[in-house]
Design a protein around this ligand. Sequence first.
Ligand code: SF4
Ligand code: SF4
Length: 393
Amino acid sequence: MGKLLAVEVIYRGVFQKTLAKNITRGVVLAAHNEGKLGLSFGRYGDAPERNGIPAKSFAIVADDEQTLEAGMAQYEPKQVDVTVVLDDTLSKGTESWAWYGLQPVHHALKPGHTLIVLSLQDAPALLKSIHRRETPYKLGILKGVTNFSGMWVYKDDHTDVRVLGAIAKALPELVGLKAVEQFIAEKLKNELKVTSAVLAFDRFKTVEVKAGEGNPEDLPKFELLKWEDMRQGVSIKGQPQGGPYKNDVTREVGGFRPVRNELFKKYSTRTQRPVVNFKTCTKCTLCWLNCPDASFDVTPEGTYDANLEACCGCGICEDVCPVKDCITMVNESEFHDNKSQWEAFKKNQDAYLKWLEKTIKEAEPEEKRAHGFRYRGQYKEQVTEALEVAHKA
Ligand code: SF4
Ligand code: SF4
């Protein structure tokens, strides 16, 4: 048996689907230039077309047909030689594999191998989100703004070939730079893209991440039901209705909090989250009525608190709120917990409002994300801004 090498690309469902596919396909076609055989394929644990859902695309490459066939017998590679994360807010983990709970992004990465993250953040900032693990690995940051493209358009900002250049540097035994250049020149027929791949190769560096370094959060654990624990027949369990919101800080009881599925949290679907100014909220109910995921808890005083275990970060609440700057969507990388904002507000209003102002301000410019729901023309406006940010990086 020859050698089998695997790359996984973790991306956001729909928006980065084309980009992820182009990268894994590019790995395989470039490796063909070195006489290797390979296959690229997608893998979803949730509805494949859910906006923002973490999803994976794989490339497996082998020296010979028999080794490739053995690798193809697996539904998805259990261990990979390179992991690429296309959106740095996914550094907090992936959760499309709902029955596994939250998985760290380096879950399948072999010890000592390379995790590549597309980001404008530095390693210490990313390691606040990336979970610690028992074995060391290398972290490489490919500088760049998040590229959302896939459903309607392919936003061709060279992210695909830049990632290929970085992979060639991280794991030359999988595919070398010359083979990547040949693939781009012959198949994509774009000399500028060849230059981008070479530049990414030259600039790509990694830092060693030691065992135990990173986000110390303990991941939630879920017990899978065994078949003998399941109820007889085919049935879907109904959910109880929910009840009043209880504030542990102020001891207030009232409002309404729906019962939510304990086994499925949506925080890894988000690239941004709403922050709410409870002081200016007029209790108009529009955010609560329009939230597609019933994420708002009604507080005892009638304001609306986005429950961050349920919020998928779609931005609709910000869009429908009639009060200026009452709800603001902020880049998810600014946050390191999912605690209630209303409880923080009730604990210390002045401190909360200062935090709100600082958080919104500090999130610029990364918080600007074309996430599909904002307003018509936003995508076009952001291309110029995104290019300026990328040039500065
Ligand atoms: S961003 Fe707003 S509307 Fe969308 S799921 Fe979260 S709370 Fe609901
Ligand atoms: S839409 Fe805005 S003003 Fe209306 S309840 Fe929600 S946060 Fe308050």
